[in-house]
Design a protein around this ligand. Structure first.
Ligand code: FAD
Length: 404
């Protein structure tokens, strides 16, 4: 087994290559056996994505390999990446940063950019978990966490109960797709779907589809559908028109954007996605789509009707009819929220609507420092998750030393 302290071999050193192979993940497949779990662990990590793996890696590195267990609700390794749409390649992703101690290129081979993220990242994480011997139990989903002196009681979805002294929550956002409330949504006779449910452009052939959203997913999928679904007609709208930045995004801008999100969570406000505060880069793909008239932006509609959407719908009259657009599909690319329902019994939310965070990297819940949230706010990216995992392990090490 690879030791967490071991550094990845440098380029040119002989190393076994992990073969890139196409594999279809059946996300519905479940192992036949019920995974064994410990009734008690000092530290309970919830979630086995980038953030949870990073935390586990550093706990091993700090000599705490026997003090935690990691429960992951997903059927296999990969965190949310195993559920991404099949047309998203590693190259098209925003960038999957290396987990600490083993890089994705080392794990997969250097030429995997064209492989679907939904299989390549799970392959990478599987190798990572195996090489470092991480203590992961799956599929095991936590339904709720209750405070119980001197720690916590977790109830699992299968009814089992376990206890822990410290909680490291790393449950991501994928399980909480967000669709804003718009009057009339229930009246729509066509199909509505969210990014979460997208599988590819072909199913929209010959349809009129309205893409809603101003983030990277909205733009990427609008272009993908417009270019690849035969006979499709696409429309696009969002609350605000995104700004496309023609200059390459600098690390300073990235840090400033993350700092703004961090300020929000330290103030107890709901986090915004890091991209929502950075704007979008004007890539050659986006520039070409603009030139081809694919990115014709409209403001957000105000009502959904049986056959589509309308703007200023109440003002229809013979002289000023409502502005109406008939569509077959409304495709919501309106983001995700943090998957934290299982923490609701702990009443962590502040008056501002978010959870007030503290600590060096804002991983610690101010209302109860025995709980850390990773992948929340400033750490909701693969690089942020890495750093938050390290910080969480450091905080846990200090807290365990105090608890004895
Ligand atoms: C569409 C999309 C594209 C993105 N692209 C990028 C990108 O290119 N680059 C980037 O850096 N970031 C990207 N992100 C952000 C990305 O999700 C994070 O960077 C990162 O992968 C999230 O890691 P995580 O560990 O926080 O969460 P996840 O990868 O979501 O892992 C959370 C895990 O927790 C499990 N879980 C959830 N609830 C429970 C529960 N109650 N009990 C047990 N287990 C539970 C889930 O099953 C999952 O396995 C993207 C996000 C989205 C939505």
């Amino acid at each position: 087994m690879r030791k967490p302290t071991q550094r990845a071999p440098t380029a040119g050193q002989a190393r076994p290559k992990y073969p890139c192979h196409v594999r279809v993940v059946d996300v519905n497949s479940q192992p036949e056996t019920v995974p064994t779990i410990d009734d008690h662990s000092d530290v309970l990590i919830i979630g086995g994505g980038q953030a949870g793996l990073s935390a586990a890696y550093f706990l091993h590195r700090f000599g705490l390999a026997e003090r935690y267990q990691l429960l992951d609700g997903a059927p296999g390794p990969g965190g949310a990446w195993q559920f991404r749409w099949p047309t998203l390649t590693l190259a098209a992703a925003n960038r999957v940063h290396d987990l600490p101690g083993l890089g994705i290129v080392e794990a997969l081979g250097a030429d995997c950019d064209s492989f679907p993220a939904a299989t390549a990242v799970p392959d990478y994480y599987r190798r990572y978990e195996h090489d470092f011997g991480l203590r992961i139990r799956r599929p095991v989903r936590v339904r709720s966490i209750q405070a119980e002196d001197p720690g916590f009681r977790a109830t699992l979805t299968d009814g089992r109960e376990i206890t822990a002294r410290l909680i490291v929550n790393a449950t991501g956002t994928w399980d909480r797709p967000f669709i804003p409330y718009i009057p009339g949504a229930a009246d729509f006779g066509g199909r509505q779907l969210h990014t979460h449910d997208y599988v590819g452009p072909d199913e929209f052939a010959g349809k009129r589809i309205l893409v809603v959203g101003a983030g990277i997913s909205a733009i990427q999928l609008l272009i993908e559908i417009a270019r690849n679904a035969e006979g499709v007609q696409t429309f696009w709208c969002s609350r605000t028109e995104p700004e496309f930045n023609p200059k390459p995004f600098t690390p300073e801008q990235g840090r400033a954007a993350v700092a703004r999100v961090e300020q929000r969570v330290r103030a107890g406000l709901p986090p915004r996605s890091v991209v929502s505060v950075t704007g979008l880069a004007l890539t050659p793909t986006i520039a070409a789509a603009r030139a081809d008239g694919i990115l014709q932006w409209r403001p957000m509609f105000t009502r959904i009707t049986e056959s589509g959407v309308c703007w200023d719908c109440g003002t229809g009259s013979p002289t000023a009819p409502p502005d109406h657009l008939d569509v077959d599909v409304i495709f919501w690319n309106t983001g995700f929220r943090s998957a934290l329902d299982h923490l609701a019994p702990l009443h962590l939310r502040s008056a501002g609507g978010g959870i007030t965070m503290t600590g060096r990297l804002a991983t610690v819940v101010a209302a109860d420092p025995r709980i850390q949230l990773l992948g929340y706010g400033p750490s909701a990216s693969t690089i942020g998750a890495n750093r938050a995992g390290r910080e969480a392990a450091r905080v846990v090490r200090d807290q365990l030393a105090e608890l004895g």
